[in-house]
Design a protein around this ligand. Sequence first.
Ligand SMILES: [Zn+2]
Length: 335
Amino acid sequence: MTPRSLPLLGSVLVALLLAPASTRAFSLFPELSSGSPQAVLAQAARWSSVTGLDGGIQVGIAPGVAAALQVDGDALADVEQAILDGIEAWASPVLQFDVQLDAAGTVEGPELGFEIDLFAVSDSHPLFVANPQAFTGLAVPAVDFFASRPLTNGQASSGYGITGADLYLNIDNFEFLAPLGASRLQVLTRVVIHELGHALGLGHPNETTSYDTDLDPFNAMPIDPADPFAGLIVSPNIDVTTVMSNEPCGPNPTAPCPAAFFTSLGPDELGGRAVLYPVPEPTTGMLVALGLLAGAQRPRRRSTSRRRPSTTARVRDCQPIRETHSGSAPPGDPA
Ligand SMILES: [Zn+2]
C-alpha cells in the first residue's frame, strides 16, 4: 500500500450557552476506516514510535504565541502556563511531550517544522477565512498509512500513523474573550487540549461515530491495555460538554457555560487516549524497550526537514471542511 498523507482540519467553537449533558464516548479524527469498531480502532490514526512518539512528541510553540494571546492584566508567564497545561493534560507514561517555547524552528505545514507546531494567527489567516466556524482554534494533522506500526502496548498493527500536525489559535477571537478576565486562560487551556486532541487522533464525539464500552452515561470506560479494542461498541449517546466536543455550550451559545472552562481530560478523552495509546503493565521495562520514555533527546526538527521520505504520496484535502470528519477513506485505502 502506498503511504499517503491526509491533512485535515479540526476546529473548536468555544464559549457560550447551556449544555445538555449526557453520556461519555470518544471519536476518531480523521475517520478513515469502516467496519467493526475493533477494525476501525485498530487502524485509527495515532502517533507511534516510528512517527515521533519515541522520546516525546516534539512540540514547537512559535515565537510570540503567548504574547499575541496576552491581554491587559495577563502575565506572560500565565499565558505560557495555560498553553503548557493544555499540552501536559494529555501526557501519560507512553504519551509525552518535548515542548519548546518561542521555537524558531516552527514552520507551517503539518509535516514541516516540529512534529507539532503551534501558531497564533489573526482572523485573516487563510485557514480561519476558509473555516469561519473554527472560532478559537484549528488543527491540521497529516496522516500516512503503515503496513505495520507499533502500538504503545508492544503490539503492532497495520493502520494510519500521524506524521505531523499544526495547531492554530485565533488571536482575534481570544481578544473577543478578554472580558472573561483571568478565566479566559482556562478557555485557552481547554482550546489547546481540544486541538491537541485532534493532533493525537481524536474527533468530536458530538459530530462523529462515538465509541464506548457500554451505553451507561457516567461510568468509567475500562480499557485493557493488552487488548485495547475489546468490548468497544458504537455508542449513540453524546456528551456535548466534554473537552473534545466542539459545541460545549450547545449549538447557539449566547453566554459562556462551565464546559468552556474545562482544563483537564474528561472520561471521553481518557477512554480515547487509553484506546489509542494503551499503557502496558508493567510499564517501566517495556517503555524503555519501546523507547517511549522521554529523556534521550533527539535532534529537534528544523524548518526544512521532512519526516517522511519525499516519495511519500501526499493527498491534500484542504477543501474547507467543517470538522464533520466525514472522512471517507481515499480511494485505494483499506476499508
Ligand atoms: Zn475540533
